[in-house]
Design a protein around this ligand. Structure first.
Ligand code: CMP
Length: 144
């Protein structure tokens, strides 16, 4: 199977009308959208998604932020999509994220960093299974 990754526009990104912009960057790059949905993330799902961060001091704040409004969750497919997406999204801390990256261009604070991108192939597989049923992922080809 081709490489896939999970990209989420977090509640601050949705509130700031950045969904279309994020989608456009990934389409423009050449990646293929194979899944997309909007939801208010249930706490159970968020706790599974962020299970590695349970002991961090910012964890309660993170869950509150992620459930402060709807999120837009997407699956993107393509060559090296996991690592390329991380580069397009930029450093977790927007103060360190380079201009030209999504976080570098659109955010100033680590707890409001607009987007999520899976950090590894294994992480991507785990997160895609968590957020999507297999029948919600589209296997389509370009018409030629
Ligand atoms: P992300 O990399 O998508 O997933 C983990 C999230 O935890 C990260 O984005 C930030 O939103 C959040 N995070 C990481 N470090 C901190 C921190 N020091 N303070 C607040 N939030 C953080």
């Amino acid at each position: 199977a081709k490489e896939r990754t999970l990209i989420a526009v977090k509640p601050d990104g949705v509130q700031r009308r950045l969904v279309g912009h994020v989608v456009q960057r990934f389409e423009q790059k050449g990646f293929k959208l194979v899944g997309l949905k909007m939801l208010k993330a249930p706490e159970e799902l968020l706790s599974q998604h962020y299970h590695d961060l349970k002991r961090k001091p910012f964890y309660p704040l993170l869950l509150r932020y992620m459930s402060s409004g709807p999120v837009v969750i997407m699956v993107w497919e393509g060559h090296n999509v996991v690592s390329t997406s991380r580069k397009m999204v930029g450093d977790t801390n927007p103060a360190e994220a380079h201009p030209g990256t999504i976080r570098g261009d659109f955010s100033i604070h680590i707890s409001r960093n607009v987007v999520h991108a899976s950090d590894s192939l294994e992480g991507a597989q785990r997160e895609i299974q968590l957020w999507f049923n297999s029948n919600e992922l589209m296997d389509w080809d370009s018409c030629d």
